[in-house]
Design a protein around this ligand. Structure first.
Ligand code: FPP
Length: 240
């Protein structure tokens, strides 16, 4: 990426979001429109995720957090859930193979207890192997719920002996610890809601909603989202 392109998107070195969060919505509709099974939509969604991770790295976005499977997604038909699990396994296998080259740190946010031992082992291996990488961080939310995250944080805080409580201290008990909150949330797929995603972390995040379905949300769409972000006047509760 040329310095000009970066500057054009970022509006200067501080205009680029450090952290982008994405609700990867619209996979099912993308498949339906093509007369394909929903799992084919998730497969296209997984490709879109890989492309997004590479593009964010190229732009210099430090953190990308994606909602891959919510605490509510277990309600979906068994074959769809199994299809998503298979895609996750495929992604983690490829990541383990290629991660030295890409240098992207992978973190998993969510309670992995209900997942298969194989998937859990692969998640642990990816996190361990990539822990020292410096080419940006991708957080994959699996069996993740925003309310669940807050309740777990409260339990961890209590288990630590209730240290003096500030927002910063409490935030440190979230899955991401002390990483910066998302600057920009992107929700493709036409819906305009948060769906129990990052409830604590989105307090001052700029929201970008798009009708484009996630499998079609390519680099150009990211550019549009970032350009819209640059137009926002972030006041964090202050006046300006
Ligand atoms: C929401 O679209 C998408 C999901 C619940 C699953 C997302 C999973 C992936 C993209 C694949 C695995 C991820 C990785 C990180 C490899 P939807 O099915 O609700 O779409 P719809 O609203 O059109 O039905």
């Amino acid at each position: 990426m040329s310095a000009d392109k970066r500057a054009e998107l970022a509006g200067g070195p501080t205009g680029l979001p450090r952290h982008i969060a994405v609700i990867m919505d619209g996979n099912g509709r993308w498949a339906k429109m093509r007369g394909m099974p929903r799992t084919a939509g998730h497969s296209a969604g997984a490709d879109s995720f890989r492309r997004a991770a590479r593009y964010c790295q190229k732009l210099g976005v430090e953190y990308l957090t994606v909602y891959a499977f919510s605490t509510e997604n277990w309600k979906r038909p068994r074959e769809e859930v199994e299809g998503i699990m298979a895609l996750l396994e495929k992604y983690l296998r490829q990541a383990l193979r290629d991660m030295d080259k890409e240098q992207i740190r992978i973190c998993i946010f969510g309670d992995l207890t209900p997942f298969s031992p194989k998937l859990r082992q692969m998640c642990a291996a990816c996190m361990e192997k990539s822990a020292g990488y410096t080419g940006g961080q991708v957080n994959i939310c699996l069996n993740y719920g925003g309310r669940d995250e807050i309740v777990r944080a409260a339990k961890r805080w209590a288990a630590a002996g209730c240290p003096e409580l500030t927002e910063d201290v409490f935030g440190g008990y979230m899955w991401g610890g002390h990483i910066p909150d998302p600057d920009l949330l992107i929700r493709p797929g036409g819906e305009k809601r948060i769906s129990n995603f990052l409830l604590w972390e989105l307090a001052y995040t700029e929201m970008y909603f798009s009708d484009v379905l996630w499998p079609d949300f390519d680099e150009k769409e990211f550019d549009k989202a970032i350009a819209a972000f640059r137009e926002r006047n972030r006041r964090f509760g202050d006046v300006q």
